[in-house]
Every structure is written in structure tokens, then in C-alpha cells.
Ligand binder design. Structure first.
Ligand code: CP
Length: 353
């Protein structure tokens, strides 16, 4: 791909670039007005979301038959992608891997940085630059806040940039999880996401999925949010400020049962104890934030229950049999939504719809 006007414009050093508002940084991660590096949920506007959902719907239809699957798998058979996951993952990794294969993209992977030359003292920056020598796209998950963005920033300053897709960055963001979450709402509500009450439950302070999903709510009209969490793990102020700026009403509460009746979607999350500094999660009673079989009678017939997964105890397993529990479908939706995103970034989405 050619370097673009946006990418080649003079950029300050990383230390000056990183703290800038995301709205100012988005052009640097765009090409010809389209998303090039997918790093922030704020890059996904309503038109783009709709386009990706239609592409994902079409992909799942077309690939039901061998002719269609063969056609789609030829679209990007000249491309290679690297999956670099420096944090554990099942769903994001597997769904991106299979999304790539649906489109014919050849893949390579590193899932444990102890198997890369980082152990010989190579910097993470040089390591990701090395990946880019061999592939046309890097999909990465990294525990260090901002490192996925820094990789994209670095790549865009080289003579051979490749697009970077975030598969989860520190505690900051998980934009493609938010993409598949909203795709699941789109499919659950027959394409009509406006005017919904979304209830997010659990460890909202340290969950990157709820942060990214909150950002996407600005794309829809008359949305309202309820944040249900232990007081220790309330949603962070930057997200609340964002909602205020976009006139999206929200409430914060510990009264889970109280908000269930009016929910159109309930988004459950697990406790994020991998971010503990001194075992603080063990001091919190998380059980009031579990969705149990008995709660099913309190929710609307049309309400849907989502979870980014993995689950621990926060949704009783017997709830899975209820048709309103859509988290297993949500998981599979991730593969189609991510395939649509890859097709879009490589510019072949128009050949699918
Ligand atoms: N939802 C999600 O990101 O799952 P994994 O950690 O298994 O990828």
C-alpha cells in the first residue's frame, strides 16, 4: 500500500503524539478517508458499522456454499497476516485466525513472547517491525497500554507500513470486541439498535470491552446506559465524561435487580483480577453481580444477554438454554465481523456485498 497524505504528514515524537485526544490522532491511522489501523472504537462510525455488518451478513450467506466459500477465499489469497498475541486469548485469536482463512489470508503467529527474539534483548518495537517485513497486516494483543497504537505509529513512519488491528490493548480498548458486540445487537434487534437501554455489569473499571462498547453508543439515537458494579470497580471518569459530552444518559448503581426490568440488553463481564496489584479482587463480593436462572423472569421477552467471555460464575450455566442468552452466537459473530473488517481494510469488501 502507498503511504498516504495522512500518514506522511510530519508527526511529533511518540511522547508528544500519545497524549493527544484520540479525535486528533485518528487521521494518522487512516488512509484516503478510510480506517487503515483499527485501534480505537472511536474510529467506527455508524456508516462504517452498518457497512461492516452488511459485509459480515453477506459473508456468512455466501460461504454456506462451496462456490461462494471458494470465491471469498480467493479475494485475499495474495495477503499474509501475523497474529501477535502477547496476552492469553481464545476467542479473539481463533476468530481472527479463522476470519483470515475465510478470506484466503495466510497466517503466522506468535502467542508467547518468550518464543521470540525479545528474550535475546530485542526491543518490542524492533520485534514488531520485524514481523512487518514478512506480512501485509499485523493483528495484535498486548498488555502494555498504548503499545498497539505505538506499533501502528511506528509502522506508519517506515517505508513499508502494514495495517495494525488491535485485538485488545492493556486496560484501554478492545475495538473489535465492541464491533462484534454491536453486530450482535444489530442481529438481535433486526438492524434497529436505536432507542435501547443497555445495562453493563461487573468490573467496569478494568474491563476494556465495556469501555470500547460505551464509545460505540454515540453512533445510535436515544441510547441510555446503566453501569452496575461493585463500588470498587465503577466505570472510569473518562468514559463518563465522553457520555456526558455526547448527551448519552447513564446511571451508576449497585442495584442489579432494579435495572433488569427495563433492560434491552444486559452485558455481563467477569472480574478482571489479572490487573490486581495486591489481591484487591479477593476483597470484593462479586456475587451480587451474577445473572442467575431466577433473574430470567425479571427481564423483557425481547431482552438479550451478552458476555464477551470467558465466563467464570457471573452467568449461571442453566441460563444458556434461554433463547435470550446470545453470548455463544456473539462469540461466533466475532469471526464474521472480523472477516468483514479485514476485507474492508484490504479494500475488497465491495466484492462481497
Ligand atoms: N472476549 C475476548 O477477548 O476473549 P479472549 O480473551 O478469549 O480473546
Amino acid at each position: 500500500m502507498q503511504r498516504t497524505q495522512e500518514m506522511t504528514s510530519v508527526q511529533p515524537d511518540w511522547e508528544k503524539f500519545y497524549p493527544r485526544p484520540i479525535s486528533e490522532k485518528i487521521p494518522f491511522f487512516s488512509k484516503d478517508g478510510r480506517v487503515y489501523d483499527c485501534l480505537f472504537a472511536q474510529q467506527l462510525n455508524r456508516d462504517l458499522l452498518t457497512l461492516l455488518f452488511r459485509t459480515a451478513d453477506r459473508l456468512r450467506e455466501v460461504t454456506q456454499h462451496k462456490d461462494g466459500a471458494d470465491y471469498v477465499s480467493g479475494l485475499l489469497s495474495d495477503k499474509r497476516a501475523m497474529l501477535y498475541f502477547a496476552q492469553p486469548s481464545t476467542r479473539t485469536f481463533m476468530s481472527f485466525l479463522n476470519a483470515a482463512h475465510i478470506l484466503g489470508v495466510k497466517t503466522s503467529e506468535i502467542r508467547d513472547s518468550s518464543t521470540s527474539s525479545e528474550v535475546k534483548g530485542e526491543t518490542p518495537e524492533d520485534t514488531v517491525r520485524t514481523f512487518s517485513s514478512y506480512v501485509d497486516m499485523i493483528i495484535m494483543r498486548h498488555p502494555t497500554p498504548g503499545f498497539v497504537e505505538k506499533t501502528a505509529w511506528l509502522m506508519n513512519r517506515t517505508g513499508r507500513p502494514v495495517p495494525i488491528i488491535s485485538g485488545g490493548s492493556g486496560k484501554d480498548q478492545h475495538p473489535t470486541q465492541a464491533l462484534l458486540d454491536v453486530y450482535t445487537l444489530y442481529r438481535s434487534f433486526n438492524g434497529d439498535i436505536d432507542n435501547k437501554h443497555i445495562v453493563m455489569v461487573g468490573d467496569l473499571k478494568r474491563g476494556r470491552t465495556v469501555r470500547s462498547l460505551s464509545y460505540l453508543m454515540k453512533n445510535y439515537n436515544k441510547m441510555s446506559l446503566s453501569f452496575v458494579s461493585p463500588k470498587e470497580f465503577k466505570m472510569e471518569a473518562d468514559i463518563l465524561d465522553f457520555l456526558k459530552r455526547h448527551n448519552i444518559p447513564y446511571q451508576e448503581t449497585e442495584d442489579f435487580k432494579g435495572v433488569l426490568k427495563t433492560a434491552d440488553a444486559i452485558y455481563m463481564t467477569r472480574i478482571q483480577d489479572e490487573h490486581d496489584k495486591a489481591g484487591e479482587s479477593k476483597k470484593v463480593d462479586y456475587s451480587p453481580f451474577y445473572f442467575r436462572q431466577e433473574n430470567l423472569k425479571d427481564i423483557k421477552k425481547t431482552c438479550v444477554i451478552l458476555h464477551p467471555l470467558p465466563r467464570r460464575h457471573e452467568i449461571e450455566v442453566s441460563v444458556d438454554d434461554d433463547p435470550r442468552a446470545v453470548f455463544w452466537r456473539q462469540e461466533r459473530n466475532g469471526m464474521w465481523a472480523r472477516a468483514a473488517l479485514m476485507a474492508y481494510i484490504f479494500g475488497v469488501d465491495g466484492k462481497i456485498r
